[in-house]
Design a protein around this ligand. Structure first.
Ligand code: HGY
Ligand code: MN
Ligand code: MN
Length: 448
């Protein structure tokens, strides 16, 4: 059993809190102390389900950037923001933005946010939990008529997942002023350019710059998100303090060989692009498996052309996603993988095109924000457990204009990017109470 004094809530990762001392008595950690009616959690779960029903496919949740469903979702969220006492608008790149003025109109803001796009066949919680929880916190302040010495803004980023145009974080990059205009010319799988998709959505591609915010407008950026991993569940804790968001590199590979007749070309004379890709994929898995430092590599998309049972595949495209606990480690691993793929292509007489489509360095969470989050978690009666994020988040872009803090909420089995993604109502409620406490007790960095 691990005993902790109430003022020593900060635990190292791996330390499992079981009990702590309260008024000289043992109290259970993780159960929370305050008596509450979970009203925030109930509202959040109801809205998660409502938003989760907006999908291009009635059978599974898919809501990608600049789709008609994203627009429907935006209208719903903007309505919730207004109901919560915020002024709200859709910005130049499709983000939903709400503002709850402080005691003094026009003050710098504490920005709370996450994303409202999804992967294909997604869960309902990845992204929306952070947006909906932030709105519920503002609604709670508004119900009590409480204004703070700063404004609170809530933002729902329109593209975090990068499903449609290969590049991720398009919404938050536009806000951070780091949006790469060349992405406007990239095309989705149906050949639609981002430029045209913006117009169809009702936005002007030449005005994306208007979404950018200045550093002086933001006191900090805070995001609440599901953990998407099993660590909090193993520690029996509903919430955690994020230490850093791991960097990632994404590549697009294309192998070109020679298409041909499946019945007539002898095996030794083939230049099969798909068997070449299979060897590359196996090599990536093998390389990451034998690395003991937490390196992970994924090939999540592959397309073979011409794509017929009786034709040798002449061209294959696939993606590679690589992540590691440190940037140096990731860069070295990517270089090694690239060398291996080049060697496989050469040996099989395939031509190779390999492009880096996305590169994000590790984003550390600001110590002063981690401290304030830890205090709020402790005040709710839980151990302030620190853990890193293996998944990417909008904070990776927002760090260019603001200090970043993140709160993780436990999700069942650590399952994410899957329809079985689930958060218990009590945990959604605990996350909301922590976020509300952080907001109400927020102290800007001393040099502001
Ligand atoms: O891919 C990621 O890490 C995130 O879920 N967008
Ligand atoms: Mn995701
Ligand atoms: Mn997410």
């Amino acid at each position: 059993m691990i005993l902790l004094a109430p003022n020593l809530y900060r635990l190292s990762p791996g330390l499992q809190p079981l009990w702590f001392l309260e008024d000289g008595k043992l109290a259970e950690m993780g159960a929370g102390n305050a008596v509450h009616d979970a009203s925030l959690g109930k509202e959040i779960v109801r809205r998660i389900n409502e938003l989760g029903a907006i999908s291009e496919d009635p059978e599974k949740l898919t809501r990608i950037y600049l789709s008609k469903e994203l627009r429907t979702a935006a209208e719903l969220i903007l309505g919730w923001m207004r109901e919560a006492g915020m002024s709200a608008h859709l910005d130049a790149v499709g983000n939903v933005c709400g503002r709850y003025e402080g005691e003094r109109p026009g003050a710098a803001c504490l920005m709370l946010g996450s994303h409202y796009d999804t992967v294909r066949d997604a869960g309902k919680w990845d992204g929306p939990l952070g947006v909906i929880t932030a709105i519920s916190c503002v609604a709670d302040l508004n119900r009590r008529g409480k204004r703070l010495p700063f404004a609170v803004e809530v933002i729902g980023f329109a593209d975090e997942e990068g499903v449609r145009f290969a590049s991720t974080l398009l919404g938050s990059r536009a806000v951070a002023g780091t949006f790469d205009e060349s992405v406007l010319n990239t095309r989705d799988r149906d050949g639609v350019s981002m430029r045209d998709a913006l117009v169809t959505f009702g936005l002007d591609p030449d005005h994306i710059g208007a979404a950018a915010r200045a550093r002086r407008e933001l006191l900090a950026y805070l995001e609440l998100h599901i953990e998407q991993g099993p660590v909090l569940e193993a520690a029996s804790l509903p919430v955690g303090v994020v230490t850093a968001i791991a960097g990632a590199t994404r590549l697009a590979a294309r192998l070109t060989g020679m298409a041909g007749h499946a019945g007539t070309v002898p095996m030794a004379l083939r230049r099969d692009a798909l068997t070449g890709a299979a060897e590359c994929i196996g090599a990536i898995e093998q390389f990451c498996r034998t690395d003991e430092s937490g390196l992970v590599g994924t090939v999540g998309y592959i397309q073979a052309r011409p794509g017929a049972t009786n034709v040798i595949p002449g061209e294959v495209s696939f993606t590679i996603d690589m992540r590691a606990p440190t940037d140096m480690h990731r860069k070295r691993a990517v270089a090694d993988i690239v060398r291996q793929i080049e060697a496989i292509a050469k040996r099989r007489q395939l031509s190779l095109q390999l492009d880096v489509t996305h590169e994000n360095r590790t984003a550390p969470c600001a110590p002063w924000l981690k401290e304030q989050i830890a205090q709020a978690i402790a005040a709710e009666g839980f151990a302030a457990f620190e853990l890193p994020s293996g998944a990417g988040h909008d904070g990776m872009a927002m760090i260019d204009i603001a200090d970043v803090g993140m709160i993780f909420v436990r999700c069942r089995g650590g399952i994410s990017h899957h329809p079985d993604e689930h958060v218990e109502l009590a945990d959604a409620d605990a996350g909301a109470r922590v976020l509300l406490r952080v907001v109400e007790n927020f102290r800007p960095r001393e040099d502001r």
